[in-house]
Design a protein around this ligand. Structure first.
Ligand code: MN
Ligand code: MN
Length: 466
């Protein structure tokens, strides 16, 4: 049952569309390197496509009806979009779900220190990272500093060509005899991932022996440029990510290399399928793009929070249809594609894959019946009947798709958000795009798979019925 390479199936028109999508996807990656930046960009694009804030529509008292396009935001980090269909919403919605947080290094709350005439920011990594991959790279800081007076200062350093970049050092090879004997997980320890941010002492004529003059100089720059002082780090969310734009990869330009493709590749293509919808829709379409997947979907902005459930309750209220039972039915009767990246088969590490059940770059969107680890622990398990309906929808639109497991049995594993949505009793299957070097500072996807993901989401919104 080997699946064909999608590149071989394209018409000239499809090739042109594929390149167009790749370009807009790369632009999305560049604009959204944090969950907050993604939400900002998603709202911009949604509003341009006629979406209105759900809370504003509710406050205005106008009834929500078929054809309405709405969005709801949670703490600037998670967003839900709705396109209301003609059919009774308690028959359920077709939901596209993906996450917009990615592994990175977060700046600690008390980060700034000076040592040996060098100034550093201390970090704590977020999500699963191979720490040794994050040293000696050009890095950027993205995020916000919330001040006591209520002002929230946006920070982005290291992306503009004229910006300085940030950097984490590694030990020189000449003195690395001991380091190189260590296990890869210990060669660079978490506490060693400190960002080098300065080396020039503040000139102070009154007190030439002033201590920590390099740190003082950094503080002065922060004050001048952003109006923030050291205590403001206490209420900041600053994320350190690789600096630079998403690029085409390969001499044939068939791939995309970028930071944060897990899971913005699924988030962007889900968003695009949603924003393309036009005219009358039978079944209500929904797209949820959530935060905190990389650390277990916890917190107010993760999939485990009540945000989505509450948002659907508000939606029903706005449609004059809210009751406890109507709410439960709406969720239970929904169908979801819970999209997240899959491990792309990598010939350099073939030993961890079982080839018949691996995802290959270029062979289309991936369906995972289950995820989890060991004996499928922590997995959602999509119903066979549901998978049959999903694959019919894909086949009806000639979408290239493949099925996969995350590596060989007993090699490891991983979880997604599918099992959380499944708690409502809705049909959910994991799907997504194959990635090489998942969670590395630069990850690689195939343009064909990005395109097939979009085509799959289109088919899903079009064909799935109650
Ligand atoms: Mn991940
Ligand atoms: Mn993911």
């Amino acid at each position: 049952m080997e699946r064909k390479n999608a590149w071989l199936s394209y018409t000239k028109e499809q090739e042109a569309e594929l390149e167009k999508i790749s370009l807009s996807y790369r632009s999305f990656l560049d604009k959204g390197k944090t969950e907050r930046e993604c939400v900002r960009e998603i709202i911009l694009q949604a509003e341009a496509a006629g979406y209105q804030p759900l809370q504003k529509v509710l406050a205005s008292g106008s009834a929500i009806k078929a054809g309405d396009r709405l969005y709801d935001v949670c703490m600037n980090k998670t967003v839900a979009l709705y396109y209301i269909g003609e059919e009774d919403i308690t028959n359920g919605m077709n939901i596209l779900c993906a996450h917009i947080d990615s592994p990175r290094l977060d700046i600690k709350q008390n980060p700034l220190y000076e040592e040996a005439d060098l100034a550093y920011l201390d970090t704590h990594y977020y999500g699963g990272v191979k720490k040794y991959q994050w040293v000696t790279l050009p890095l950027a800081i993205h995020g916000v500093v919330a001040k006591k007076d209520g002002e929230v200062v946006d920070i982005c350093i290291g992306e503009d060509e004229s910006d300085p970049i940030l950097y984490i050092t590694d030990l020189l090879i000449h003195l690395s005899a001991k380091q190189l004997q260590k296990k890869a997980s210990e060669a660079i320890e978490g506490e060693k991932l400190d960002i080098l941010i300065g080396s020039r002492p503040l000139a102070d004529e009154e007190d030439e022996k002033k201590k920590e003059a390099v740190k003082e100089n950094i503080l002065q720059i922060l004050q001048e440029k952003y109006g923030i002082e050291e205590e403001d780090f206490l209420s900041a969310e600053l994320e350190v990510v690789p600096a630079g734009k998403a690029r085409e990869c390969g001499l044939d330009r068939s791939m995309i290399a970028s930071y944060g493709q897990d899971d913005r590749v699924c988030a962007y293509t889900s968003l695009l399928a949603m924003l393309e919808l036009k005219g009358k829709l039978q079944r209500t379409a929904c797209c949820i793009l959530v935060d905190k997947e990389e650390i277990g979907s916890v917190g107010a902005t993760g999939m485990q929070s009540r945000f989505f459930e509450n948002s659907v309750a508000e939606l029903l209220e706005g449609m004059g249809q809210y009751s406890g039972l109507a709410h439960r039915r709406t969720l239970k009767n929904s169908c979801m594609l819970s999209s997240d990246v899959s491990a792309g088969f990598d010939p350099a590490f073939a030993e961890v894959f079982e080839k018949k059940n691996a995802a290959f770059l270029g062979r289309g969107v991936v369906l995972n019946k289950f995820t989890g680890a060991r004996g499928k622990s922590g997995s959602n398990d999509a119903n066979a009947e549901y998978i049959a309906r999903v694959r019919k929808a894909f086949d009806d639109d000639q979408v290239a798709f493949q099925t996969a497991e995350l590596g060989k049995v007993d090699e490891g594993g991983g979880g997604t958000i599918a099992y959380i949505a499944a708690l409502y009793g809705m049909e959910v299957i994991d799907s997504g795009v194959a990635v090489l070097s998942m969670h590395a500072p630069w990850e690689v996807t195939s343009k064909a798979d990005v395109y097939e993901a979009l085509r799959a989401y289109r088919a899903f919104l079009k064909y799935m019925t109650h």
